[in-house]
Design a protein around this ligand. Structure first.
Ligand code: 5AD
Ligand code: SF4
Length: 455
């Protein structure tokens, strides 16, 4: 009998945004093609990769503290005679490659968000030059998307990156520096990936990018096409039931795109459209290309296109120069739009960005007070919306198992989490669910009596 060869195992820990979740899946695709298998825990892995986030200081610091813990695992495994390779990917690498070498010298390799398609060569180098750190952070001339193995669905709902980077240069943000300037993937490449995702089980696709509504990918004839065109093409795919796109930039919400919210039934009635602040003075200092009124006008048009549409947003409090009056303007815009979900953050100074050296930085204590007030208000609208769902029957896409056995967790068209006691056969399916109760964070429901349909 052949001697059994142990398959190498990998563990990927993802920090940060949905783009990183997508990148981690693509990294897993590469490792699978190299013959690696996923490990359930870091301790069981021969290769541990951290896919990191640099957007706020807290996120970046967490990477370094967690790396320290992983180093202990590497040492424990070494005592058992097992070799462990530690790799770091993502935006922290792009922004802090020297810090990684200094603060975590045990890291075997580091690769930025645009270079992970080179992982096979990087790993070969790591094995050849055991003990040396390999760092690859250049902005490559080639697009990683031309070199990655095929993407497969990991469930009923999949992310699909249509774009990389951002040209907006909001004065607080590191993204244009870590992910580079904006590039759009060609239309055919996106559609082919979507078809593969659908044929391997996805019924929902969420198009991803830092500013997806500036998408301008080339079609087969070399003509530039916009996001509205891409959405219409995607909507033609049989088997695809739900389409979302995120994140959008208010100034780039074209009429053509807004019309999609009227014409395309598959486009979900929920839009993440970050405003960041309700004060024109602060929006200007942030280098946002929209005023508060521009933003509200876009929302008005969206509601005309689809009165059932509901909004979510990102907010930053305590941006340099923000006064109590500016902050009141932010609360005021929340009261006008009544967001059903939102992400809100204290401004975090990022080295190298213009806002980091602006005068009138806001005290930490004030930032915290404002964040608490803002979040209380945001949660009150979120809770109100969730409570208004009770008694309604909604189509829910079940995405994963719940903590209790016999329970699945899914999402409504409005991205609300729904917990239901239901057979596991419904996983990755869209099912009509009657909502029976709600809290600020989630809904509970049961299979609707009338015509429970799985699709
Ligand atoms: N400080 C706080 N929040 C930030 N964001 C981006 N950069 C910063 C920063 N320096 C927030 C913005 C953005 C979201 C992804 O993260 O609200 O929309
Ligand atoms: Fe950052 Fe602004 Fe680009 Fe969003 S739009 S990624 S906040 S620079």
């Amino acid at each position: 009998m052949d001697k059994q060869v142990d398959t190498k195992k990998y563990y990927i820990k993802t920090f940060g945004c949905q783009m990183n979740v997508y990148d981690s899946n693509r990294i897993a695709n590469i490792l699978n093609t190299l013959g690696y298998e996923e490990a359930p825990t870091p301790k069981a892995a021969d290769l541990i990769i951290f896919n990191t986030c640099h957007i706020r200081e807290k996120a970046a610091e967490k990477v370094f503290s967690d790396l320290g813990r992983i180093y202990l695992i590497k040492q424990e495994r070494a005592l058992e005679g097992k070799d462990t390779i530690i790799g770091v990917a993502g935006c922290v690498v792009q922004a802090e490659d020297e810090q990684i070498a200094k603060r975590a010298p045990f890291v075997d390799f580091a690769t930025g968000p645009l270079t992970y398609h080179r992982l096979p060569e990087i790993l070969a180098k790591v094995y050849r030059k055991r003990g040396q750190s390999i760092i690859d952070t250049e902005f490559p001339a080639e697009s990683k998307f031309d070199f990655l193995p095929e993407n497969k669905s990991t469930g009923g709902c999949s992310f699909l990156a249509i774009q990389e980077g951002c040209n907006n240069f909001c004065t607080y943000c590191v993204v244009p520096y870590t992910r580079g300037i904006e590039t759009s993937r060609p239309v055919e490449q996106v559609l082919n990936e979507a078809k593969r995702l659908v044929s391997t089980g996805s019924v929902e696709i969420n198009l991803l990018g830092q500013n997806v509504n500036s998408y301008h990918g080339e079609d087969a004839s070399g003509k530039e096409r916009n996001l509205a065109y891409l959405l219409r093409k995607l909507a033609e795919l049989d088997g695809l039931k739900r389409i979302r796109y995120t994140t959008s930039y208010p100034a780039d919400m074209t009429d053509d795109l807004i019309a999609c919210h009227h014409n395309l039934d598959k486009l979900m009635p929920y839009l993440h459209l970050p405003v960041q602040s309700g004060s024109d003075k602060i929006l200007k200092a942030m280098n946002r290309r929209h005023t508060r009124d521009d933003y509200l006008r876009v929302i008005e048009k969206l509601y005309l296109a689809n009165p059932n549409l509901r909004m979510s947003s990102d907010f930053i409090v305590g941006f340099p120069g923000e006064t109590d009056e500016d902050f009141k303007q932010t609360l005021d815009i929340v009261n006008q739009v009544k967001y059903i979900q939102a992400f809100s953050f204290k401004y975090s100074k990022r080295a190298g960005t213009p806002a980091a050296i602006m005068p009138n930085q806001v005290e930490e204590k004030v930032k915290k007070e404002r964040l608490d007030i803002l979040q209380d208000l945001l949660f009150s609208y979120q809770e109100k919306f969730n409570l208004s769902s009770v008694g309604k029957t909604m189509p829910v896409l079940f995405e994963h198992k719940g903590r209790h056995s016999g329970q699945l967790i899914g999402r409504t068209p409005y991205m609300q989490n729904v917990h239901v006691e239901i057979a596991k056969e419904f996983l990755n399916k869209i099912v009509d669910i009657k909502i029976t109760s709600a809290t600020v964070n989630s809904l509970t429901g049961e299979l609707a009596e009338t015509n429970p349909k799985a699709s």
